[in-house]
Design a protein around this ligand. Structure first.
Ligand code: KG4
Ligand code: ZN
Length: 332
């Protein structure tokens, strides 16, 4: 099946056409209007979605002839995410499906992040332990089959990406802070300062990032004015060392406890070079296989939504056109 996917859950507007796991065309617009506010402003996000969705769809149409005859269905993110942003892509998709008389399906954004792993070569096959790490979520799951999940645990407070963004803001690195921190960390000394690591009882697959974020804030407050600028790379490396350990340790522990030999990650933070290296190192120690989505399919995109939609639509699933957006839609 050839599926048109639309993603507008937060600050990316994305349109893609996917056939099975092959991406035929794609367009992504990442909003930059939030940088000066140091975080997403939902009202601006939804207004920008409205401005961008039609031109992006037109650009995709120009690249690849999208007509009711060349595609077999439409899939759109229906949650979780910002309600104003979600409604734009969802309503655009529903109108298109109605006008073109095509099957329609609402897709869970988190499921999309898992399906990003189907777009890589070689692709992971279930069962595997999945770690979803984005700006809004940090969750460990058992993927028994595609679209069949068991949630093992999630964050008690901040998401991993949120911690990166907040620390990025403290260090004056702009928004979002994940990528600049990752790049600076590669040049710094991870043992420069010991920040705290949140630990939970063995078998409890939980995460907590607010303590680490607060520890960085307190540490910076105690220093002289130019300290952060002079030791930027070292502070980033020290923060990243903790963040990455807190993510990698429970992931590998879950794979061992459940006797599952494969691990895959998804979400914006899955692009993190430090996290990829740490997971690979720990997986190698235990003879586990580790899979990562291509970098461009870690952050929000429509190819992953189309891939997930394709899988479900091929199995005969459909959503009613009365489907509405759900900001806190759970996985599964
Ligand atoms: O999945 P995503 O695009 O949006 C959500 O669904 O939230 O993830 C965005 C998050 C942001 O917090 C951003 O700082 C983080 O992913 N991110 C990274 C990296 N690239 C993006 N975090 C750490 N290292 C990176 N290289
Ligand atoms: Zn996302």
């Amino acid at each position: 099946m050839r599926i048109l996917g639309i993603e507008t859950s937060c600050d990316e507007t994305a349109v893609a056409v996917v056939e099975g796991t092959r991406v035929i065309c794609e367009q992504v617009y990442s909003q930059t209007e939030h940088e000066r506010f140091g975080g997403i402003v939902p009202e601006i996000a939804s207004r920008q979605q409205i401005r961008k969705i039609a031109p992006l769809f037109a650009a995709c149409t120009a690249e690849y002839q999208i007509t009711p005859e060349t595609i077999d269905g439409i899939a759109a993110t229906c949650g979780p995410g910002l309600i104003g942003s979600l409604l734009v892509g969802l309503n655009f998709s529903k109108a298109l499906a109605y006008g073109w008389r095509l099957p329609f399906l609402g897709v869970n954004h988190l499921e999309g992040h898992i399906f990003a792993n189907r777009l890589s070569e070689p692709a992971v096959e279930p069962p595997f332990i999945g770690l979803i790490v984005s700006g809004g979520h940090t969750m460990l799951i058992k993927v028994l089959d595609w679209c069949k999940y068991e949630v093992l645990g999630s964050t008690r407070d901040d998401a991993a990406g949120e911690a990166y963004d907040k620390v990025g803001k403290l260090l004056g690195l702009g928004y979002p802070g994940g990528r600049p921190i990752d790049e600076l960390a590669a040049q710094g000394d991870p043992t420069f300062h010991r920040f705290p690591i949140a630990r939970f009882k063995s078998g409890e697959y939980q995460f907590s990032f607010s303590g680490l974020k607060t520890a960085v804030a307190i540490y910076l407050k105690e220093q002289q004015q130019d300290f952060a600028q002079e030791h930027l790379a070292d502070i980033c490396a020290s923060f990243q060392r903790c963040a990455v350990r807190m993510l990698a340790a429970p992931t590998i522990a879950a794979a061992l406890e459940y006797g599952i030999g494969r691990v895959a990650i998804g979400g914006g933070v899955a692009a993190n070079a430090g996290l990829r290296a740490e997971l690979k190192r720990r997986a190698d120690e235990h003879n586990l296989e580790v899979f990562f989505p291509p970098l461009k399919y870690c952050t929000d995109n429509a190819a992953m939504i189309a891939a997930a939609g394709c899988y479900r639509l091929e199995r005969g699933e459909r959503s009613e056109l009365s489907l509405t957006a759900t900001p806190y839609l759970p996985l599964g």
